[in-house]
Design a protein around this ligand. Structure first.
Ligand SMILES: Cc1cc2nc3c(=O)[nH]c(=O)nc-3n(C[C@H](O)[C@H](O)[C@H](O)COP(=O)(O)OP(=O)(O)OC[C@H]3O[C@@H](n4cnc5c(N)ncnc54)[C@H](O)[C@@H]3O)c2cc1C
Length: 494
């Protein structure tokens, strides 16, 4: 009683206690990393762990002539090779039953930075993190990369990744030159005007057309951007985005769509990075910050229902607080990732991405509202987050997800691991894919294989050309992975 009286006389004591209490809670939030990768009790998995498989062995990619010997030997002896970067793909793209996995991560040298011509030549096992470390002191930045820097160059080009940039087109288009170890064991230099058109198949080719040894990437200036944020309605976004593209002041952009019950698929927060004309050589690369608090907020949102409403509102305040601040291009391309770690036993969190033509966005979202449940707190299949990015028309790759200018919806989904729960998730994602196809859209291939073989073929009508070229350029089918086996080998006969 006495203590309480003392506290009311001195309210700061109460505040100190509240702060200490909250700090203790936050401090104790475990940041446990997912367990995945090349050795999980003799099984190999990728980021989601959904397709564990036994492989013959894992070999470190050391030097080029050793790699050449391995490929020649595989051609002679008939063993199968898969390539692994940082294994953020989620559908067995980096390994194959009883095959050999080449771990590309040690092929990671920065070979040359040409400051005048703004290019970097880098080995394909390096991560974007390493590239950013190397180019930032020169005031240079990447033209296109994912929103995070946690991927290898080879892995990113093999899926033809995209991110927040809205001006430089597809990632594959930023490669000037590539050194490739072909499926028959030759090391060749490939340029954009190469008559054999290797880039068309290697980029977005999921490691099936040889080993990317190094690439020369076009760079741009490490510009300083002014962050501009606002809230828009989903029905206004299509026009909003078109105006943004017509007006040249914004260099990078993304948006979040509400998945909270009260504003489900109706509200969006947009984040624009507007050109200031300044170039930066001094600002250091930002480190991950606020991991525990972000994880705490995300975990609240993961509960769904009213708590998800609260999470959406909190995100709004946070995004609003960024308005008017400045950030360098390199720092936009390295957003936080650790807070997304999810390790609850019996459940998994996966990504999916659907693309629709910019002109179809509004109608698509209206239809999507009818397909998904706005309050999934009691359901097994939960949608936690949707971000929207622009994927410019791609004229380079064969397995092409952007045959015209597209908006990509990146979706963070959680579901259970029991057989019926996986089947339930499959059903919803397949319905979602049908809806996307109905709107002339497609889906992204690095993720888990929820989609049917028919949906794959409809989404990627050039699959036959891809498959035919694969048989010609890799006659002994040396490069294999579970993705290829399921959608292309099995798919071609079904
Ligand atoms: C949390 C998270 C966030 C993501 N965000 C984005 C995003 O913002 N934008 C986006 O587009 N994608 C995104 N992705 C998908 C990601 O870009 C791809 O999974 C990408 O392939 C990851 O690179 P990696 O190094 O992990 O590749 P891996 O998964 O290791 O490999 C991917 C493919 O590339 C092949 N490969 C690897 N190295 C080589 C090489 N040297 N030569 C030839 N083939 C090779 C592999 O065989 C495999 O088929 C995200 C994924 C996760 C898990």
């Amino acid at each position: 009683m006495q203590t309480i009286t003392k506290m009311t006389k001195r309210p700061w004591v109460l505040w100190v206690l509240v702060v200490v209490f909250l700090s203790l809670i936050l401090w104790n939030i475990p940041i446990e990393k997912r367990k995945y990768g090349l050795s999980q009790s003799n099984l190999v998995t990728d980021y989601t762990g959904l397709l564990p498989e036994r492989v013959e062995r894992v070999m470190e990619a050391t030097n080029r002539s050793d790699l050449q010997d391995i490929i020649k030997e595989a051609n002679e002896k008939g063993y199968k090779i898969s390539l692994a970067g940082l294994q953020h793909s989620q559908g067995g793209h980096t390994y194959y039953k009883d095959g050999v996995v080449l771990d590309m991560r040690s092929l990671d040298k920065i070979l040359e930075i040409d400051e005048k011509n703004k290019t970097i030549r880098v080995e394909a096992g390096a991560s974007w993190e390493e590239v950013q470390q190397a180019i930032t002191p020169y005031g240079l930045a990447l033209k296109v990369t994912q929103s995070q820097s946690i991927f290898t160059i080879g892995g990113s080009l093999s899926v033809n990744a995209h991110g927040r940039d809205i001006r430089f087109g597809p990632m594959a288009g930023t490669v000037k030159e590539m050194t490739l170890l072909t499926p028959t064991g030759e090391i060749i230099t490939v340029t954009r005007d190469d008559s054999k058109e290797w880039m068309k198949y290697v980029f977005g080719g999921y490691g099936l057309f040889g080993i990317i040894l190094d690439v020369t990437l076009e760079l741009t200036e490490n510009e300083v951007y002014a962050i501009q944020t606002e809230e828009v309605k989903t029905k206004e976004y299509e026009d909003y985005f078109k105006r943004l593209m017509d007006d040249d002041k914004t260099a990078m952009h993304y948006a979040r769509v509400s998945v909270a019950p009260e504003t489900f698929l109706e509200e969006m927060y947009v984040i624009n990075y507007d050109i200031t004309g300044e170039i930066d050589k001094d600002t250091p690369l930002k480190k991950e910050e606020g991991i525990r608090i972000s994880k705490f907020a995300l975990d609240i949102g993961r509960k769904g229902g009213k708590l998800e409403d609260l999470f959406w509102e909190t995100q709004g305040h946070y995004i609003d607080s960024l308005d008017g601040s400045t950030i360098t291009r390199n720092n936009v391309m390295r957003s936080e990732s650790t807070f997304m770690e999810y390790t609850t036993p019996g459940r998994v969190e996966v990504l999916q991405e659907f693309f629709v033509p910019v002109n179809s966005y509004e109608e698509y979202l209206q239809d999507l509202k009818k397909l998904l449940s706005s309050n999934d707190s009691k359901e097994d299949f939960k949608v936690h987050n949707i971000t929207v990015r622009y994927a410019a028309k791609d004229e380079v790759t064969t397995l092409n997800y952007a045959t015209e200018d597209m908006l990509g919806l990146v979706i963070l989904i959680q579901h259970g691991l029991k057989k019926d729960e996986i089947e339930g998730a499959k059903k919803i994602i397949q319905d979602w894919t049908d809806l996307t196809l109905k709107h002339r859209g497609t889906y992204y291939l690095p993720y888990y294989r929820y989609q049917t073989k028919e949906q794959f073929k409809e989404s990627y009508p050039a699959w036959e050309e891809f498959y035919r070229e694969k048989s010609q350029r890799d006659p002994n089918e040396v490069f294999q992975n579970l993705f290829y086996d399921y959608y292309l080998k099995e798919g071609s006969t079904s």
